[in-house]
Write a protein that binds this ligand. Structure first.
Ligand SMILES: [Zn+2]
Length: 793
């Protein structure tokens, strides 16, 4: 379970935003950036989807039923007319005539909008009709190939989680099934009512003030409360996690980090574009309070005005916390987040106004799960403080508030709110409905996902390796593992050639870059032990037990995750993602702190990889994804970690200056991309844009390596005889990103996401490649062939 990344940043660079979505209703939209639950609670999961099969099959079947001419691009070469003149077909390139190739060709053709000039907008040209054949399900806020595959995968997870297999002796897998089953039992949740939450608020806070007429401020102090809430995952004003030491990746250390916010980004509290998010969030708070007051045994006689005042105060207090939290942009500057000091220094510099050093040490040791860990807590303990200024300001505020009982109430109400927000979606139908309404008003989705989807994804996220093993055993095609390894080899070579030819790098830096590339670890599919070593798999979840009540199971998970994380402090970081990744995920990763590229089982399938189609489409699909992850090792953040994952600038100052200059070019390029919902933030998305651009280029070059090694010219697809192999490669790249998004989701992502919108993940990289312009014969100066081709690699 251990995932020991430097917690200061989203250092695990995933391929698609937020590693898809979190499964919880509430977290679906505004996932708290809570690094306190790195192993399980907040880790990635799959989205919740609807229909039966991989949707990519749908247009194919549909097309087969239609006349082949209905889309103007059937299966004869005469129908491939577009607005550009294609190079003369050499006439000697064969065409793949299998039924599979016909199906592929139909699906590719149907996604296209050939009335668009590919040199103006290649995304629209390649994907303009995709949405007509792949309408977004009502329960989704974003819909693309990744989600289509994830939908299929979720259904498969449901099957294996619902199947009672008496021969399966794994306790971990049995626990996953128990968890799933309890999650489905909504009648039981309704019968239990809101009592579990009320009880939790009672035991941590002596009751949530906003629900009570007789809340006793004299019994409240924030530090004792945080001591109790930390085990549920809420360290809030004194949050800390165990994670890798950036300067010594083999070692783990304590990192004090900014507390999470109710909404995942500070921008939601202030940005002009986010007024609708704030309104929905305030509404959620008010509605949950009202519902809980109705249910509470401490029903107060106070009127709604007081409720509103309490809610407003909580929001205002959280806005203050948001204000002193770093922006996403500042978080990209890694050196800002490296501030090592002793516990005593931390206290003197940042906490002096609010608590004593003794209190700080007591707080930490009291939540440590065993004596060895407790013994770690001394005033000389070396820690890292992600944002010293945050702690200084928050603790000045807490000190000021502690002198005023009315303000104490605000702090208590805030803590109560965060617990309520965490657990409301596991309560009664009424509460779940309020949470769902909030989700929909924020992300624009129109329907709640079916319960089994929520539960299958939640089970996968909390027991990633156990559920992953079920997936791998039942659905993963083993033969793809070796084939993907072959592609990775070509992609590595392609990147190596790029380094070789980078005339802006000096020789010392180049040699170090080679060393880093050579020592990059590969994780492909899954870790063997989840299939071969049941004892190890079971041991991972040894201390986790589930019963019939979903909410208590979720509480157990939070406690388990926090404890596991603390225990990690005693472990050596063994440069492995084995326990961190979900094999049943449709995503890929780079982890700079361990220098590992990872392609989990869920993504090693159609449409990203398909053993029965021409390889140029595989290099365009999974190849570009592999290239993307390799390039992350050399993006503006990844390049600050050396071959062993140590945070260390191994570049000469001259080469670094030239790198930065090139990166600036890319920032300007993406800053100019706009959508009706807003503009792309070129700096916020820089790392991903570098990876996108490098990935496609490497995949293109890797395919050249492949085809010259094989010495064969692969066949074209039926209906695409007028195209060249290169043109089909680029079409394949672009169609990997076909998709659509709700307007509100686009607005939120433009503001906060590290990835560019789908269309610019195509237009950006392809317009920086002369090979693209040449293959589609785009005139110099056209949008897809600008004079200035900004690129880092
Ligand atoms: Zn990425």
């Amino acid at each position: 379970m251990a995932r020991l990344f430097w917690p200061l940043l989203p250092l695990l660079c995933d391929l698609i935003y937020g590693s898809l979505t979190t499964p919880d209703l509430l977290q679906r939209v505004l996932q708290p950036n809570d690094s306190v639950r790195p192993p399980t609670g907040s880790s990635s999961a799959l989205p919740n989807n609807t229909s039966d099969s991989g949707q990519t099959q749908k247009p194919v079947a549909h097309a087969a039923a239609d006349s082949e001419n209905s889309l103007g691009l059937g299966i004869s070469s005469s129908s491939t007319e577009t607005l550009v003149e294609f190079p003369e077909s050499l006439g000697n390139q064969s065409v793949c005539e299998t039924e599979h190739c016909y199906e592929l060709a139909r699906a590719m053709a149907m996604a296209m909008n050939t009335s668009i000039n590919p040199c103006d907008d290649f995304y629209e040209y390649a994907c303009g009709n995709w949405t007509s054949y792949n309408p977004m399900p009502d329960d989704q806020s974003s819909w693309d190939n990744f989600q289509v595959v994830a939908q299929k995968l979720t259904k498969q997870l449901r099957e294996v989680l619902e199947r009672d297999d008496p021969n399966d002796l794994s306790t971990a897998r049995r626990k996953a099934r128990t968890f799933y089953k309890a999650c489905l039992d909504m009648d039981r949740m309704d019968t239990l009512g809101t009592w579990p939450l009320i009880k939790l608020l009672q035991s941590t806070l002596n009751g949530w003030p906003v629900l009570m007429a007789d809340w006793n401020v004299a019994k409240f102090d924030w530090l004792s409360t945080i001591r109790r809430t930390k085990k549920y995952g809420f360290g809030l004003f004194l949050e800390w996690v165990g994670a890798g030491d950036p300067e010594n990746p083999k070692k783990n250390m304590v990192h004090f980090v900014e507390g999470s916010l109710g909404m995942s980004s500070r921008k939601y509290y202030f940005a002009n574009h986010s007024e609708f998010v704030r309104t929905a969030y305030k509404g959620l708070m008010r509605d949950l309070i009202v519902l809980l007051r109705d249910d509470s045994s401490h029903i107060s006689a106070e009127n709604m005005t007081l409720v509103q005042k309490d809610a407003d105060d909580v929001y205002e207090f959280e806005s203050f916390l948001a204000e002193v939290t770093r922006t996403e942009e500042d978080r990209r500057n890694l050196s800002l987040s490296l501030n090592k000091m002793t516990l005593e220094e931390f206290h003197t510099r940042c906490l002096n106004s609010s608590i004593s050093l003794r209190d700080l040490m007591d707080y930490m040791s009291s939540i440590m799960p065993n004596a060895t860990l407790k013994a770690l807590v001394t005033k000389d303990l070396l820690i890292n403080v992600g944002n010293p200024d945050y702690f200084l300001k928050v603790h000045q505020k807490l000190a000021e508030y502690s002198r005023d009982p009315k303000k104490q109430r605000v702090v208590a109400n805030y803590i109560g709110w965060r617990l309520t927000m965490e657990f409301s979606a596991k309560m009664t139908q009424k509460l779940r409905d309020v949470v769902e309404a909030f989700s929909q008003s924020v992300d624009g989705s129109k329907k709640e996902p079916e319960r089994w989807k929520i539960c299958a994804n939640k089970a996968n996220s909390v027991m990633n390796t156990a559920v992953g093993s079920l997936y791998v055993k039942n659905y993963f095609n083993e033969s793809s593992k070796a084939k993907i390894a072959g592609l990775v080899k070509d992609l590595r070579e392609a990147f190596s050639n790029i380094i070789e030819k980078a005339d802006w790098m000096d020789e010392t830096t180049r040699t170090r870059a080679f060393t880093k590339l050579d020592s990059m670890y590969e994780y492909i599919g899954y870790a063997d032990y989840i299939i071969d070593d049941v004892a190890r798999l079971d041991k991972e979840y040894d201390h986790l037990d589930f019963g019939p009540d979903h909410v208590y199971n979720c509480i157990s998970i939070n406690k388990f995750s926090v404890e596991s994380n603390m225990k990690d402090l005693l472990k050596k970081n063994n440069r492995s993602l084995d326990e961190a990744l979900s094999p049943a995920d449709v995503n890929a990763f780079y982890d700079p702190a361990n220098n590992i590229i990872a392609f989990v089982a869920g993504i090693l399938q159609f449409p990203f990889y398909d053993a029965s189609r021409p390889e140029y489409l595989n290099y365009a699909g999974i190849g570009a994804i592999i290239g993307h992850e390799i390039t992350h090792g050399f993006d503006d953040q990844g390049s600050l970690f050396d071959a062993d994952g140590k945070f260390f600038d191994w570049w000469s100052s001259e080469s670094r200056a030239r790198y930065t200059h090139k990166a600036h070019g890319l920032v300007s390029k993406y800053n100019n991309y706009t959508l009706p919902e807003g503009s792309v933030n070129g700096y916020l998305t820089l790392g991903e844009n570098i990876a996108d651009c490098g990935g496609v280029k490497e995949a293109f070059n890797a395919y050249q390596l492949y085809s010259s090694r094989k010495g064969v010219v692969e066949p074209l697809l039926p209906g695409f005889e007028g195209y060249t192999t290169e043109q089909l490669f680029f079409l394949g790249v672009a169609q990997g990103w076909c998709g659509s998004e709700r307007e509100k989701t686009t607005r939120n992502l433009l503001l906060t996401a590290s990835h560019s919108p789908k269309m610019f993940r195509v237009i950006g990289p392809l317009s920086s490649m002369p090979q693209f312009a040449e293959s589609y014969q785009c005139p110099l100066g056209s949008r897809m062939n600008p004079e200035l081709k900004a690129a880092v690699w």
